[in-house]
Each structure stands twice: as structure tokens, then as C-alpha cells.
Design a protein around this ligand. Sequence first.
Ligand code: SAH
Length: 346
Amino acid sequence: MMEKTDILSLTLPEVEALITEMGEPKFRAKQIYGWITKGAWGDEMRNIPKSLKEKINTVCEFRLPKVKLKLVSKIDGTIKYLFELIDGECIESVLMRYEHGNTLCISSQVGCRMGCKFCASTILGRVRNLTPSEMLGQIIAAEKDTGEHISNVVMMGIGEPLDNYDSTVKFLRLVSSEDSLNIGLRHISVSTCGLVDGIKRLQGEGLPITLSISLHAYDDEVRSSIMPINNKYSIDELLSACRDYFDATGRRISFEYTLIAGKNDTEEGAVKLASVLKKYMHSGIHINLIPLNEVKETKLSTSKNVNAFKNKLISLGINATVRRRLGSDINASCGQLRRQSQKESL
Ligand code: SAH
């Protein structure tokens, strides 16, 4: 039997081609596309004739991620979704409410193979890559579930987006297209643990997203001890690639730095961090300090250390902010819920 086409992975012109091939008028494609990007399919597509729906069903499949579990924070309204995919694998997305609108944090892979020591998503390795439609589907499913609009997307959920490069780029083109969700690329952040070859490729794609680098260390010794990727690409190679990216695209890069007690959170470390960043990046350095969510043996820095670290960076002329901890009552940080559900099913 021929495998059905995953309709959410198609662009509008591709759906138009499919519809015209069926001998149906082209305008139907736009109607159908309008429905699928709202998460509607089958009987929900009210203005589509039954005969056409039946025809499409024979060649296409609508694979919207299913809400398997939904947790809503009583503190700040953050919503954490555990989504089930077509093959039963699960991923997580988090909807965060900010004054400037709703941001959805999406996953890019089932699991992750980067091995960062402090991260829950990577503990059991990578199962598979997500398709572009599964990335898009997380946004559509969250909008359908809440009835609210999502205006910003961050690729900071489970997985390493640049380890799933082609699907990530395809997703970015789909989600930002006017026919689809029309979310501006300037409202999308792609976070990477530092796959230098991916950063170099991304530079030439002409996608004005915000690139976030998970730096988490001020020298190679500390970075290699918590992030295995640093054995492949040193800080020098990573920050050189960041400098080139900025020079070529004019897009500012944001650096993420998770503070781990006794590892990378001293004031002396802040001085070293400021100095290494200034060496490569000439302007507009922004550091997002992330209070650690404790995983395995890693320990959260005290708020005193976090503040001292932040103030030190600021005194050295670096723009540093501490990320608000949203949804702390619902395990809102990456990978925690999927792991919990795996443990429960064992
Ligand atoms: N693989 C990508 C995107 C996913 S992780 C990346 O590495 O950037 C999103 C962010 O959360 C990264 O900065 C990551 O280092 C950070 N993170 C992972 N585990 C964390 C934890 N336990 N506490 C705080 N931040 C964590």
C-alpha cells in the first residue's frame, strides 16, 4: 500500500498541485490549507464537499500531535503539553504567557544525543528526528487547544535543532510563510548547543531568526566537562562562527548560561566569561542567565550567586538578564515530563 502524504508538511502550492491533479478547482486548496493550519480535518472542514474530503483522505493523512497530558501552572498560567506523535513517541511543548504575547517552546527531536550533563532530555539518547510537520503541529495543536494565538516560537524544547538541520530549516520556511501560520522569523529563536557546521550553514539561509547559543561556560575545561559537544568544537571555533554569523547576517546572537553551583557560577567565572565574549563579539552581547532545574548530580546556584554573577557581567558592560522561572510548579523545563511518563510506563 502506498504511504499517505502528511498534508501538514506541504506548502500551499504543493496542496494546490495535489488538488488540481484530482481534477478539483484550485481554490479548494486554499480552503483546505486554511483548515489544516487551524488544526481542523475531516468533518471539521465545513465548506469542503464530502466527495472531495473522501478523495483527499485516500492520499493524505492529517497527523496533528495529540494532547496526551496538559499541566497548567497555578502561578503564572504556563501550560505544559505532553504530545503524542503518530508512532506513539512523546514530546513536550510549553506555552508561556508574556505581556507581548504567547510564546511556545517546541521540541525538535524525540530525545537528544548531545549528552549535556545537566539536561533531562538527553538521558536516554535520541530516538528520532521530528518532521517539519511535527514541529508545526505543536504550534497548531496548542493554538487549537487554547483558542489563543501564538506569536513567538522558541526552539528550546527537547532535541538539538541543528542536529535535525533540514527539517528545522523546512519548518522555519513553512511556519513563517503567509499561507501558513505567518509567524515572522524575527519572532522565532533557534537554540543550539553549538554545532558549528550547522551555524555556518544557517548563516547562508537568509532566515532572520534569533540564534541562541547555549554556552554555559567561560573556558574549554569547564565546557567540556558539562557539554560533550565542546570536545568536537572548542569555544574558539564556536565563538568565531558566532562572530561570522553576526557579521554576515547582522542578527544579534543571544547567549544562554545556566548557572550550576560549584561549576560555573563564581564571580571570577563572570570576569572570564565577559572577557572571552568581548574577544569575539564586538557589540550587542546579551547573556540570558538561566537558573538551573536540578537534574541528576547538578545543583542550582544560590540566588545570591546568580545576582553576583549578573552584577559582575553588568559592571563589565555586558547586558545580562536572569530568565524568569515560569511554570516551576509543573516541571516546565525541557524533558522532565517525557521522562516521567516513560518511567511510569515501565
Ligand atoms: N539543544 C538546544 C535546545 C534545547 S535546550 C540547546 O542546547 O540549546 C534549551 C536550553 O535549556 C539550553 O540552553 C539548555 O542548555 C538549557 N537547559 C537544559 N537543561 C537545563 C536545566 N536542567 N536547567 C536549566 N537549563 C537547562
